[in-house]
Structure formats: C-alpha cells, structure tokens
Design a protein around this ligand. Structure first.
Ligand SMILES: [Zn+2]
Length: 271
C-alpha cells in the first residue's frame, strides 16, 4: 500500500509540476538512507521535502531551463507582466521560450504605456505557460503547451464601483468563469458540445473570487490589437468574442472542438 501511494504521489507531482516527482524520489532516498532521523519524523520529513523543492525551484531549475532556451516569466520585480496566481509559479508552469518572453515583454510594455494615466500603467496577467524542460512534455490539461511557445493570458476586467480596468480576474485560477455569448452571437460551445463533452470542462475549476468584476471588452480588445501587431503567430479566442470585437486578422484562429472553450482567456503562440 505504501508503495502504491508513493507511486500515486510521484505521478501527481510530475503531472502538476514536472520536476516535483523527481524531487520526491531524491528526497525519499536522502531521508531514509542518509538522514534517518529518530525524532519528530513526520514533521522533519514534510519540512525537508518543502525545503528541497524550494531549493530546486529557485536555484536549480532556472539556469538549467536556460540551456533549453526557456526562462521564467516575471513573478518578482513586477513591471508590466505578472502571474495571475502563485500556483502557476510554484508549479513551474510559467516558463516560456526566449522568443516568446521578449515578445510578451514588448506587448505588455506597450499595453502599460498606453494606459499610463491609469494606476500608473496597467499590468498584464498571465496564466499557464509551459514547463521548463523537454519538448513534448504536456502541461495538463492544455493540449499544446509542451514546447515553450504557448501562453495563456487573462482577459481584462473592471468593477461596478470603479471605472478603471482591474489587474484581477473573476475566478481563482483565471479559468472557468466565462464571458458567455450574447443574443445574436455565435454559440460555439453549444455547437461543440453536440459532439465533444470536454469543451466546457474548465467550468469545474472556475472558482469565482471577484464576482463584482465585469468583462472589459474595450481593454481586452486593446490587448488583442497589440497581440495582432506583435510577433505572435496564432491567437485563440472564442468566436463570439472575436465577432463582438469586430477584429479581422488571420492570426485569430478557432482552436477546434477537441480543445476547451476560450471565453475565459486568450491563448497565444509563436512559430
Ligand atoms: Zn493555451
């Protein structure tokens, strides 16, 4: 039973953080074969694992990822681009190819500069990006975030009581609380759900935290325009929002019914 639970834990850590499973195995060996404490065993085991993971996360991974042309998106010393939540960062899901890093740095600087009169410039929120290592290693549940060249961005929102655009999202992880189609707009979710059950599966992780926030169509459109004018190759967003924005660009594509709905975030990728 112990072995079974250890395997489950290894797989879970690997799926969620990529390197966590490996850290877990190294920790097991060090703890049981080298350290072998006699007292406070449970506490020492948990604390030492957290410390080892933190060491690998902070010191070991970034320089090794650089050898793979990937680097972490900003999470301290925030200027114009920030993580929507710390889960993304602690789980190593914030790594991108160098080219995508510089592209997003430029887009977020333009976005902020254009809004310098509001809150000293608005900051873009990023969601899931990629893991630091190995092309082809999937960042579950995303189908394509496996080569450093994909990134999800949060929509822009504002609140009922303040007119300024907010650096916050409506849901805890930035996914799963949707900007639904309005009357007369394409309802792609209804179309896809006829043949694909998983199209709205992200609703199960859509934990609302800022229910007073409203989707800011003008600011999201401003972000989309900057993305279209940048080195980004493809942009995925739900067809009814593209229709509502009135944007025409061959960079904006439909992601297909085999993916999940994109009326809670924007997906971008480089060649
Ligand atoms: Zn994506």
């Amino acid at each position: 039973m112990k072995i079974f639970l250890r395997i489950v834990w290894f797989v879970m850590l690997t799926v969620v953080t990529q390197v966590g499973g490996l850290v877990y195995v190294i920790h097991l060996v060090l703890y049981h074969k080298v350290w072998k404490p006699k007292k406070w065993k449970w506490l020492k085991r948990q604390a030492s694992f957290v410390l080892l993971y933190a060491f690998v996360w902070l010191i070991v991974i970034p320089p090794l990822a650089k050898l793979n042309n990937r680097r972490p998106l900003p999470y301290i010393n925030i200027t114009t681009l920030q993580p929507q939540n710390w889960f993304t960062v602690f789980c190593n899901r914030h790594y991108v190819h160098e080219d995508l890093y510089y592209t997003m740095e430029a887009v977020s600087e333009d976005f902020s500069n254009q809004s310098a009169d509001r809150m000293g410039g608005l900051t873009l929120n990023y969601l899931d990006a990629n893991f630091p290592f190995m092309d082809g290693f999937p960042l579950i549940p995303h189908l394509s975030h496996n080569d450093g060249k994909k990134l999800d961005l949060a929509f822009r929102y504002n609140s009922n009581d303040e007119s300024s655009s907010k650096n916050q999202t409506r849901s805890l992880l930035g996914y799963g609380v949707y900007e639904e189609p309005q009357e007369g707009e394409i309802d792609q979710t209804a179309i896809c759900k006829r043949t694909r059950w998983q199209y709205d599966i992200t609703k199960y992780i859509g934990i609302p935290i800022h229910s007073t926030l409203r989707y800011d169509g003008a600011e999201t459109e401003r972000l989309m325009s900057l993305l279209i004018d940048s080195d980004i190759e493809k942009i995925f967003i739900e067809p009814h929002l593209k229709q509502r924005m009135g944007l025409f660009s061959d960079k904006i594509r439909f992601h297909g019914c085999h993916a999940v709905r994109h009326d809670d975030h924007i997906h971008v990728q480089i060649p």
